[in-house]
Design a protein around this ligand. Sequence first.
Ligand SMILES: [Fe+2]
Ligand SMILES: [Fe+2]
Length: 242
Amino acid sequence: MADDIPWDQCNAKLDPAVADIVESFTAIELYLPDYNAKILPVIRSSKGRAWFYANWGYEESKHSLALGDWLLRSGHRTEKQMEELERRVFSTEWNLPEDNHLGMLVYAMVQERATWLNYRNLRQRASELGGDGALETILKHVSVDEMAHHGFFRDCVALYLKLDRTMVLEAMRSVMLDFKMPAINDLLDNNVRRLQQIYDLKIFDESAYYAEVFLPILQDLGVDRTELRRRNLGMRSVVVKP
Ligand SMILES: [Fe+2]
Ligand SMILES: [Fe+2]
């Protein structure tokens, strides 16, 4: 982080609307202790997923550090404001949105791609609304991580699809037809204002989710949209272990 970000290119005059959204994403990344602490007991019997999450947590830890450092170094936030943000984040606990390992796998696959899209679009907006070499570089690195995370979870889902297509489709239906980004929808204070800022700058909305998250995932996994809509009334087959 010290060497790969051109910190001297921080732009104090960047549109404050961009900094507000950076603050929201920093807060989402700050829930890392809950993300790691709650998923590990669910998937601990899978060495692949458990070891992946150990490394995933390290990578995610750099996201909030880099974004938080940018808010400070660019002058868009003070130390006191950052302390207040952290206090608010840590006063609320995040809980798993799905109650089983398969649901969480599908959720992680979707959430990582949605996060990639958010960061990619924010980088474009930062460039258009004043430009900031430091922030744009951070967002480039972070979005590469998010897409790589998405790729791992998607490949896991593809394996489970071969094992039990019915059950995976059920999990996909549950997660993907009503997807919400973590934390921002229910944990952060001022979440209505924060979500509105994200819509206003055209960072993420339903049509972007559909075109750049939902459809590409179905295509990558070889799942047809009609399969996802259809409720399968057959009996659940074998329980798939993580
Ligand atoms: Fe992240
Ligand atoms: Fe990620």
